[in-house]
Design a protein around this ligand. Structure first.
Ligand code: F6R
Length: 260
């Protein structure tokens, strides 16, 4: 597990974007797992810049998003479908037929979840999964007490997550109670995972995920068992880590061939 403490969220986002760009350049047919929320927005902005100014080519890339609100269709302004098209997809040359999000309007939810898992498998699995982290340690919408082997399925949001996400909804508009989300087991099968978490509000979750026991009460802690997981923090989100100095030392002394 790699823990990188960055001076600012912007620096961390640039690093994440460089990792994604390096992967796409090495393998233009990469399969990317993508996240929504506030944390990845600057990563997407940098990928758009790389596409527009450096010709980063997404035409053969396939994407799978982590989650979607149940009951929200693509046209809803707070849907993750809309978020992804607004913040990334409409600005790059990704092919619409290669973009996948869970179906928020699915009539048969279990069948739709199974189809999503099958589509990931048929695409050859996810090469790199981008993640945020909830203030309660959730990844995707796997809230505390989610099975660490879980697959794509329906989940009920905690009131804390609903209130954390309320800013993405219009005034007086209800945040849905239910979502479709990749499971922790689905995420663990990605070949590489990059988790972003910034600000004081993420410090407890980051410390618990990185240095606490592996427990379903902190779903992100499952990543301690991942072969290639990279946590990208800023100063504020790293403030509760016990071994912060060591992580800084490791990063400062990385061999040149390991740098992106
Ligand atoms: C989003 C997702 C969530 C968020 C998490 C952090 O697709 O799956 O797990 O990554 O709630 O959200 P932000 O980045 O808004 O703090």
């Amino acid at each position: 597990m790699e823990v990188i403490i960055n001076p600012t969220p912007e620096a961390a986002s640039q690093l994440a974007a460089r990792k994604i760009a390096a992967l796409v350049r090495a393998n233009p047919g990469s399969v990317l797992g993508l996240a929504t929320g506030g944390s990845p927005v600057a990563v997407y902005r940098e990928l758009i810049r790389m596409h527009q100014q450096e010709g980063l080519d997404f035409s053969r890339v396939t994407t799978f998003n982590l989650d979607e609100y149940l009951g929200l269709g693509p046209a809803h302004p707070a849907s993750y479908f809309n978020f992804m098209w607004t913040n990334l997809f409409q600005h790059i040359n990704v092919r619409p037929e290669r973009v996948h999000l869970p179906d928020g309007l699915a009539e048969n939810v279990p069948a739709s979840c199974l189809a999503y898992e099958n589509a990931i498998r048929e695409a050859g699995g996810i090469d790199l999964q981008l993640l945020g982290i909830g203030s309660d340690g959730h990844i995707a919408f796997n809230e505390p007490a989610s099975s660490l082997s879980s697959r794509t399925r329906i989940k009920t949001l905690t009131e804390r997550t609903r209130s954390d996400n309320a800013s993405f909804f219009g005034e007086g508009e209800e945040v849905p109670h239910h979502v479709i989300t990749m499971g922790v087991g689905t995420i663990m099968e990605a070949r590489e995972v990059v988790l972003l978490g910034f600000g004081k509000g993420k410090a407890d979750a980051m410390a618990a995920a990185i240095e606490g026991p592996v427990t379903q009460m902190v779903p992100a802690s499952a990543l301690q068992f991942h072969e290639r997981a990279c946590f990208l923090l800023d100063e504020a989100s790293s403030s509760k880590l016990q071994r912060g100095e060591y992580y800084r030392h490791v990063f400062a002394n990385k061999p040149a061939w390991q740098r992106v």
